[in-house]
Design a protein around this ligand. Structure first.
Ligand SMILES: Cc1ncc(C[n+]2csc(CCOP(=O)(O)OP(=O)(O)O)c2C)c(N)n1
Ligand SMILES: [Mg+2]
Length: 365
């Protein structure tokens, strides 16, 4: 018997209706990592948008590498290069009312969510015009107006927050979904398992997006987990779970749309294991000596940007001029973001204690 059959939904705060066995059935029938995601039959214009969104993240981070190497920006910087299809595909499936919770590798999530490059770059510089007022830096991008509830330096730390946001939305009778990004390393943390259990038990409207890039810092997944089929393990909590090609942005979007639809229909949390790879080291400090260079090259052959570009070229949907136009637009945008950050003010020392504790008025909002 599947472990999913042991789940007995209990009444949780704000539970609108018992969803009974819908999610369990889906979890049982769809948990296979071989689930076919139908070809994305969407138009050229949409594919262009996907391409531009991925390129924006890639070029933004390449500029961050230059700025970091010149010691213009500092602190911890974790690059998302290679994983762009995940953020872009998933964020396409969300509405502005949905919530997003992220990790410290969140530049891509923030940009895909629509936080302007200018606000993200200013945050990298620690300037007051940054999306976190310059207080957060690379790992703590935040924008409540876009329901982007932050980067988080704690592995799996975003998961309980996402469950709380989802519960709050449901108690307020909103049909929003909360999407939580996290890495494969989260499987080694109790917070993942506690959240997965509670979210499934209470049928919370949460989309759990595991970016399985096969490594947690220098430790390969197979060196710390006895069972590396993460979708299967998530399904054991009684939730719908699929493994998806995380290098194919259209496959990611299709899967995310299907999951979001299921969540809004009341079938409880859905889990996506997006199989992906980071092309760069864990962070700017990491000499990256634990991975075989041949392995990196093999994954680069499936670069999400090339994958989409090649598909579009083969369809006659994209030519060199289109690519040059998109690249030019992004270069201008990033140049502008850097110039604006350079000119933006730093927070004056006398403001240092602001936001350290909330005033009663702030706390009530
Ligand atoms: C609770 C906790 N333990 C350890 C660390 C140190 N740490 C930072 S990143 C990381 C690896 C996490 O890997 P994964 O979740 O796969 O995400 P990825 O970096 O691959 O995107 C670790 C162990 C931490 N930040 N938080
Ligand atoms: Mg990882």
């Amino acid at each position: 018997m599947s472990p999913a059959h042991h789940t007995r939904p209990k009444k949780a705060p704000g539970t609108p209706k018992p969803t009974k066995t819908a999610a369990n059935k889906a979890a049982t029938s769809q948990r296979s990592s071989k689930t076919e995601i139908p070809a994305a039959g969407r138009g050229t214009v949409h594919r262009m948008d996907l391409l531009e969104a991925m390129l924006r993240i890639r070029r933004f981070e390449e500029r961050c590498v230059e700025l970091y190497s010149a010691a213009t920006i500092r602190g911890f910087v974790h690059l998302y290069i290679g994983e762009e299809a995940v953020a872009v595909g998933v964020c396409e499936a969300l509405t502005p009312e949905d919530a997003v919770v992220s990790t410290y590798r969140e530049h891509g999530h923030a940009l895909a969510r629509g936080i302007p490059a200018e606000a993200v770059m200013a945050e990298m510089y620690g300037r007051t015009t940054g999306c976190s007022g310059g207080r957060g830096g690379s790992m703590h991008l935040f924008d409540a107006s876009r329901r982007f509830y932050g980067g988080n330096a704690i592995v799996a730390g975003g998961l309980p927050l996402a469950a709380g946001l989802a519960l709050a939305d449901r108690m307020r009778e909103r049909t929003n979904v909360t999407c939580c990004f996290f890495g494969d390393g989260a499987f080694a943390e109790g917070e993942f398992h506690e959240t997965a259990n509670l979210a499934a038990l209470w049928k919370l409207p949460v989309l759990l997006v595991c970016e399985n890039n096969l490594y947690a810092m220098g430790t390969a997944l197979e060196r710390h987990e006895a069972q590396t089929d993460l979708a299967m393990r998530a399904a054991s909590y009684g939730m719908v779970a699929w493994a998806v090609d995380g290098m194919d942005v259209e496959a990611v979007e299709q899967a995310a749309r299907r999951a979001v639809e299921g969540i809004r229909a009341g079938t409880g949390p859905h889990f996506l294991e997006l199989r992906t790879y980071r092309f760069r080291a864990h962070s700017m400090y990491d000499p990256d000596r634990y991975r075989d260079k041949a392995e990196i090259e093999q994954w680069k052959d499936r670069d999400p940007i090339s994958l989409l570009t090649d598909r579009m070229r083969a369809n006659g949907e994209l030519d060199d001029e289109d690519v040059a136009r998109i690249e030019q637009r992004i270069t201008t945008e990033i140049d502008h973001a850097v110039e604006a950050a350079e000119q933006a003010p730093e927070e004056p020392v006398e403001n240092l204690l602001h936001h350290v504790t909330s005033s009663p008025a702030e706390g009530a909002s």
